[in-house]
Ligand binder design. Structure first.
Ligand SMILES: Cc1ncc(C[n+]2csc(CCOP(=O)(O)OP(=O)(O)O)c2C)c(N)n1
Length: 557
């Protein structure tokens, strides 16, 4: 390994790499480009792994997934205009998912800026609406400072994306500036009087509901959540795609605030007289379209705990808005005297039953293929305490959301943004990070968006099981179409490759699953594979979602 250059002999690119190392970065995701060759060279021999991806959207999604797992910025490097344009979906996802991402982008030489030079983009205008900060570094002596600022901005408050723009010629200039290192975060100790106030409100509540969000996803956050739920006897519903925050079979688990919840379930949640929202921004999907709580004036008392003042009180008239780190708040609440347990027993049981009724799996059979839920039922029996799932966007994921009983020892990575293409790259990032088997669920639509990153999985011989729900349709959109424009199907049918043979062509194990009686055998074969495996599941389109069928939709016309 090359030793770190002396401060007065290094280039700006070498200083940037030293700054990344000082922030604990051990892996970056990239598609190489001539515009930032100097950075790639500076990475040569350094202790940062460079994961070369096949498309910038894949590289960006991998960085987002890595960020979610590590709770610190995921790092992605892409080339100028074309590379940056491909990576835009990851910037949007990082913003919607509140995931810290730093996207480093190449730029034309400083002397040509503003001339419309080859692959030139004004990134401030392009990413201005999505990123927390877009900053172009024209002075190499400020590169370390701006990189440290990028880490700070990406993680402080609601985490999100930062774009750092690197003019090509700037990177090769010599600099004497020193590495900055990490900046301290905000002090996250909530004032105890605020916790006392919350305790008082909780003691008066008869039907409280705690909505837990992704800012509690660290191990201490999960532990604090469970401790508070049990100590205060409060049922916990989790925000969109965060089912691994709380053991689903725990009697205090009230369910997942995702898409397509039955009306009676939402109505039951709405009976609550106090919502304690912790670590969630209370976004569109989680609040079931801003009705739980209802915007702008909630029907019940609302306490919102989040470490970003821009989030608090901006959509909802909040009774108590507490700007602090959610886990620190829960720890402060733990110090308050709680009432004796059992006060809300009937309410708690009612909410848990909602989840249990919805999650119960009744085998279903279809003439046009396998009902995808059968695979979820088999996975639930097969996956251990340390199971890791990544999901793409699409109706197939609804079966997992509905029927898989998650545990806090397991991990679920899914795009809160609803971006197709997240699943396979996220699985690659998760397998690299966690060094254990990762199960990826993806539709035939999403698989052909970023399934090319299977090449990276094969290159690194990662233990991925990619389960492709092949229903020959952009099923989610077909469902919306059948509801909005009944019987007028257009643009949603797909002609697919044989995904098992496609997987084999990449160098993975390829398997086809057509019949229910083969589910266990095929899953066992895939799980026994040391490297990546792709299962082409010939999924029923009739069972278009975990909640309805095409026939039922036709009948309801
Ligand atoms: C990048 C992107 N493009 C388009 C959409 C709109 N969209 C949402 S779900 C979906 C279809 C998903 O199809 P598929 O992956 O086959 O899964 P299925 O719904 O059939 O289970 C589309 C096109 C999206 N969410 N993201």
């Amino acid at each position: 390994m090359a030793s770190e250059p002396k401060s007065n002999t290094r280039t700006a690119a070498q200083l940037l790499v030293a700054e990344l190392e000082a922030h604990g970065i051990d892996r970056i995701f990239c598609v190489p480009g001539e515009s930032y060759l100097a950075v790639l060279d500076a990475l040569y021999g350094r202790p940062i792994e460079v994961v070369t991806c096949r498309h910038e959207s894949g590289a960006g999604f991998m960085a987002v997934a890595d960020a979610k797992l590590m709770g610190r910025p995921g790092i992605c490097f892409v080339s100028r205009g074309p590379g940056a344009s491909n990576a835009a979906i990851a910037v949007h996802t990082a913003q919607q998912d509140a995931a810290p991402l730093i996207l480093f982008v190449g730029q034309v030489e400083r002397k040509d800026r503003g001339r419309g030079a080859f692959q030139e983009v004004n990134y401030e205008r392009t990413f201005g609406d999505m990123a927390k900060l877009v900053v172009e570094v024209s002075d190499p002596s400020r590169l370390a400072e701006i990189t440290a600022q990028a880490f700070h901005v990406a993680t402080i408050g609601a985490p999100g994306p930062v774009v750092v723009v690197l003019p090509e010629d700037m990177l090769s200039e010599p600099v004497t500036a020193l590495v900055q290192g990490r900046r301290p975060g905000l002090s996250a100790v909530p004032a105890q009087p605020v916790a006392s106030e919350v305790a008082k409100m909780l003691r008066h509540a008869e039907r409280p509901l705690l909505i837990a969000g992704s800012r509690l996803s660290s191990a201490p956050g999960r532990a604090a959540l469970r401790r508070i739920a049990e100590r205060w006897d409060i049922p916990v519903a989790v925000s969109f795609r965060q089912q691994d925050l709380f053991d689903n079979d725990h009697p205090l688990y009230a369910g997942h605030l995702g898409y397509l919840l039955p009306k009676h379930q939402v109505a039951t949640y709405a009976e609550s007289d106090l919502i304690l929202a912790v670590g969630t921004r209370l976004g569109d999907v989680t609040t079931q379209g801003y009705v739980l709580p209802s915007a702008p004036k909630p029907a019940q008392r609302l306490i919102h705990v989040y470490d970003d003042t821009a989030v608090l009180g901006s959509v909802f008239a909040t009774d108590l808005a507490i700007a602090t780190h959610p886990a620190a708040f829960l720890n402060a609440l733990a110090a308050e005297p709680a009432p004796p347990p059992g006060r809300h027993a009937a309410w708690n049981a009612k909410l848990h039953r909602l989840w249990a009724d919805l999650a119960a799996w009744e085998p279903r059979h279809a003439a046009d293929g396998l009902v995808f839920g059968a695979i979820i039922a088999a996975l639930a029996q097969r996956c251990g305490e340390d199971a890791v799932f990544t999901i793409d966007a699409g109706n197939f994921s609804g079966w997992l959301a509905r029927h898989f009983p998650f545990r806090t020892s397991q991990r679920l990575l899914g795009p809160v943004s609803g971006a197709m293409g997240f699943g396979v790259p996220a699985a690659v990032a998760a397998a690299l990070r966690l060094k254990r088997r990762v199960v990826c669920l993806v539709g035939d639509g999403g698989m052909l968006m970023t399934g090319n990153e299977l090449a990276v999985a094969v290159q690194h011989q990662l233990p991925l099981v990619i389960i492709v729900s092949n229903n020959g349709s952009y099923g989610t959109i077909r469902l919306h179409q059948e509801k909005a424009f009944p019987g007028r199907r257009i643009a949603t049918d797909l002609a697919n490759p044989d995904f098992a043979r496609l997987g084999e062509a990449f160098g993975a194990k390829g398997l086809t699953l057509e019949h229910e009686e083969d589910v266990e055998r095929v899953l066992d074969t895939a799980f026994a594979s040391a490297g990546p495996a792709v299962i082409d599941v010939r999924t029923s389109l009739e069972y278009i979602s975990a909640f309805t069928t095409l026939a039922a939709l036709a009948q309801s016309r």
